[in-house]
Design a protein around this ligand. Structure first.
Ligand code: C2O
Length: 492
């Protein structure tokens, strides 16, 4: 591949590496080298992770310095963009400079130039794709020395994190537009339109699944944004998310990145390059991967949805419900915060008759009247610990009967990745927590067709099933404390 005259580096599937002196082999050597650098060196392993997020209380090296100057910590640390349309471009720049730092270290330890960051495609066709690449799993190498790619405390000590179909789902790739509106309806493929956003608010669809839920599933350092980038698998996870953005932009001509000036150049991000010099970038410089820094491409950006007719049919049914100008209507809310207990919590959402009517009239008045697109909002989720991911179901039991997940519909996953950062009162969103938006249009249409949609009340169930054989995950789930501030339903 080339960007005119120059050859760009190619990021490869980690599942096809791990034999001999390839990019995975040199990654381990370079990570060991980066780990030997002092904390106040911007190219050190710990500094690079702190750029994503840092919290002294969670530092596995117990806050051992030497620390950079405090004004540098404030300027360069805890910069990761989440719950925002900057999620994808910020992480693309972060990965590119990290790749440059590792590539220089590879040469320094005797490897070849042009090293590229491998990716972990957990959603691949082959079921083995869901297994964490072996290079990350063993605490020691064949010669008995510590494995630089291993970290302690993940949810599984084997390569099997029991990633379900829902966790590795690529449904988000069928969705456009890129930008969401953060008003209770479509969160967008790439996230809602916001200002600089470190943590708090609504995740875009790709960020929710598979991004957030993979963090939850791996757990340990990966389960918290303030430590996640200390786990060497973090970078392969993000290379894959970055690759999925490439897949999305190439799969359909109508799938385009935002053209708003506020997205393209509205926020400038800063970090350090491999020489330790300060560099800055905006989203506008992150659109063409062959022109990002040294230039890179992926070995495979073919469309995985082509192999999935059911998903494509679903997507086109939903996209047919044209996005005509129609304001979202808040039609139903829960009345009290919901404390999530292991393993099942049910909550009731009550409709407001007047707004239901107003929404119906407004949809009837459209040039082409249509049923509402329906969005379930799980708002202001706050708490402590790493509770992981919840399965969310809706049910409409007859009077006097308990709601049950198996009588209703599975509507999606709710991640709690970043829960603590988003719950901190001093944080940028004043501790208002995380919000997950799930589109439930299809499920509501099924309920309607069975006369089970009465628009007076709906039950929402949160199911936390600690996977069997995951003792650590169960302990964490029990220690966690998490509540949903409000559940709401919007008709759009
Ligand atoms: Cu900025 Cu996967 O996290």
């Amino acid at each position: 591949m080339s960007n005119g005259s120059q050859t760009v580096r190619v990021r490869k599937n980690a599942q096809q590496l791990g034999n001999g002196q390839d990019d995975l082999f040199w990654y381990a050597k370079a990570v060991a080298e980066l780990k030997s650098r002092l904390f106040n060196d911007p190219t050190s392993w710990r500094y690079q992770a702190a750029v994503h997020g840092y919290n002294t209380a969670k530092d596995p090296d117990s806050g051992i310095g030497p620390f950079p100057r405090s004004q540098d910590q404030e300027r360069f640390w805890s910069q990761c963009q989440h719950q925002t349309w900057y999620f994808l471009p910020w992480h693309r720049g972060y990965l590119a400079y990290f790749e440059q730092i590792v590539a220089d270290a590879v040469v320094k330890v005797g490897g070849p130039p042009g090293w590229a960051l491998p990716y972990w495609n957990y959603s691949g066709q082959n079921p083995n794709s869901r297994l964490m690449p072996d290079a990350f799993v063993n605490p020691t190498l064949a010669d008995g020395t510590p494995n630089p790619l291993f970290v302690d405390g993940r949810n599984s000590s084997s390569n099997d994190f029991q990633l379900s179909d829902q966790i590795v789902s690529l449904q988000s790739l069928s969705h456009s537009p890129f930008a969401g509106d953060a008003s209770g309806s479509d969160p967008g493929f790439g996230g809602p339109q916001t200002a600089f956003s470190h943590f708090g608010g609504t995740s875009g669809l790709l960020e929710s699944v598979p991004h957030n839920v993979i963090h939850d599933a791996i757990g340990g350092l990966m389960g918290d944004p303030e430590t996640a980038a200390l786990d060497p698998i973090f970078w392969l996870h993000h290379a894959n998310i970055d690759r999925l953005w490439e897949v999305w932009t190439h799969r359909d001509v109508s799938f385009v990145d935002p053209t708003d000036a506020s997205w393209l150049t509205g926020v400038t991000f800063e970090l350090h390059d491999s020489t330790g010099a300060i560099q800055s970038y905006t989203a506008s410089q992150m659109l063409d991967t062959t022109a990002v820094l040294h230039g890179y491409a992926y070995d495979d950006i073919s469309d995985p949805l082509r192999a999935n007719p059911a998903l494509l049919a679903f997507a086109s049914r939903i996209q047919l419900m044209a996005r005509l100008p129609h304001p979202p209507h808040l039609v139903a809310t829960s009345k009290v915060p919901i404390n999530l207990k292991v393993p099942i919590t049910a909550a009731e959402v009550v409709f407001d008759k007047q707004t239901v009517q107003a929404a119906a009239q407004s949809l009837q008045a459209l040039p082409t009247p249509r049923p509402p697109r329906v969005y379930l909002n799980l708002e202001n989720v706050t708490g402590t610990g790493q509770p992981g991911t919840y399965e969310v179901y809706i049910d409409t039991p007859p009077p006097g009967q308990e709601p049950r997940p198996q009588n209703g519909y599975f509507v999606g996953l709710m991640s709690t990745f970043g829960l603590e950062a988003a719950s901190r009162p001093g944080g940028p969103h004043a501790g208002s927590g995380l919000t997950t938006v799930l589109e439930i249009t299809e499920q509501v249409q099924h309920l309607r067709s069975q006369n089970r949609w009465d628009e007076s009340r709906l039950h929402v169930l949160f199911v936390k099933e600690p996977p069997p054989q995951m003792a650590q995950a169960m302990v964490r789930a029990r220690a966690a404390d998490v509540s949903v501030g409000r559940i709401s339903i919007y008709y759009h």
